[in-house]
Design a protein around this ligand. Structure first.
Ligand SMILES: Cc1ncc(COP(=O)(O)O)c(C=O)c1O
Length: 366
């Protein structure tokens, strides 16, 4: 395949191959020789061509959110997976047992209520399912409070069919810090807190060899707290507008864009494109009031143009002055959150040197 961007359908999801490979190599280099294992979260790409490159660069396996991601990677023969999502409910328990039987699966648990049904199912299946105790280091999502970690881990470890391997956290809360230095400090604190929980578990007689942290904004801080054994960044393969704002990357590192065309400029100061929230996702966590960063075809930001809103199939670009964009112009839109955008698409077009060179399927979306 070799096609100029002007010949692609719009909207199209594009991945810049050079940037992707650079991001994968840079993260791998950051951990090479550090003694910290790299277990990227696969939700960002859901694409085997990306995952394969991460493994080739030294990733030990992957972090998954959904059963579909776990099953898909197991079908590809990936033998070391952390399903970092509570296996609660009969279908997820059944899935966890099936996946554990295939080998190499570790699950995350934060309560006896979550672990007891899995314990029963594992016993019936004649299996022992390894688990990490999920600890809340500040994100206030899943995870036991640190001061209840020993009691919860002990109660879970006492259940038959389960085996404690260590602790994990997702330090997503550090993104709330306005200044990069504070974010780095918050990342180190989250890592250190998780290490202290692992040490408390060991003092209580448990083996807890795995201490796993995970996020892209925290990838330069949390894993480097002494005693952390594993890092699970995900978004770094593509980066996005959100990570640019957080200082995790430059805009020139962002590998994922949506190619769109201007459909109409009927209203002054406004250009309507064919990429709305069904192309971008409605994830606005980065810059409130913005659906993404509006750029030209070379991914250079369009000065003064903001991507202020989206209907399903329409994007609203606001120009600070009179509209400079014309009907038929191509734009490239950097999404706020690459992971949400990926899940809107069934394939991604691969671009190198401004030319479309390949097309990769996006899988395990449901
Ligand atoms: C459990 C877990 N680990 C790792 C990650 C990766 O974090 P990021 O998307 O910042 O790279 C996430 C992201 O949501 C997560 O939920």
């Amino acid at each position: 395949m070799s096609a100029p961007l002007s010949e692609l359908p719009t909207p199209s999801l594009l991945v810049d191959l050079d940037r992707l490979e650079r991001n994968i190599a840079a993260m791998a280099a950051a951990f090479a020789g550090s003694g910290i294992a790299l277990r990227p979260h696969v939700k960002t790409s859901k694409c085997w061509e990306v995952a394969r490159r991460q493994l080739d660069a030294g990733a030990i396996g992957f972090t998954c959110s959904t059963p579909a991601e776990v099953a898909w990677l197991q079908d590809h023969g990936v033998g070391d997976l952390l399903w970092a999502h509570a296996p609660v409910g009969p279908r997820k328990v059944e899935f966890a047992v099936t996946a554990a039987r295939r080998g190499g699966l570790t699950v995350a648990l934060d309560s006896v209520e979550a672990g007891a049904p899995l314990s029963e199912a594992a016993v019936v299946a004649g299996l022992t399912v390894p688990f990490l105790l999920e600890v809340d280091t500040g994100h206030a999502r899943l995870g036991v409070d640190p001061d209840r970690a020993v009691a919860t881990a002990s109660a879970l470890a006492a259940l038959p069919g389960l085996r404690l391997r260590g602790v994990m956290t997702h330090e997503g809360h550090i993104s709330q810090e306005a200044v990069r230095d504070d974010l780095e400090r918050a990342g180190r604190e989250a890592g250190a807190l998780l290490v202290s929980v692992a040490e408390a578990l060991r003092a209580a007689g448990h083996e807890a060899p795995v201490v796993s942290v995970g996020s892209t904004p925290g990838a330069t801080s949390a894993p480097f707290a002494s005693g952390v054994t594993e890092a699970r960044p995900g978004t770094y393969v593509y980066f996005d507008a959100n990570q640019t704002r957080l200082g995790s990357c430059q805009l020139s590192d962002c590998a994922l864009t949506v190619l769109a065309r201007v459909l109409s400029v009927q209203r002054d100061g406004r250009a309507i494109t064919d990429a709305g929230v069904k192309a971008m996702s409605s994830d606005t966590i980065a810059t409130a009031g913005s659906v993404g960063i509006a750029c030209d075809v070379d991914v250079v930001p369009l000065e003064g143009v903001t991507f202020v809103d989206g209907n399903e199939e329409h994007g609203f670009l606001l120009d600070a002055g009179p509209t400079r964009l014309k009907v038929g112009d191509l734009v490239r839109l950097v999404p706020n959150h690459a992971c949400g955008t990926t899940n809107m698409w069934s394939h991604v077009t691969v671009v190198r040197g401004g030319v479309a060179v390949d097309d990769w399927p996006i899988q395990a979306r449901h």
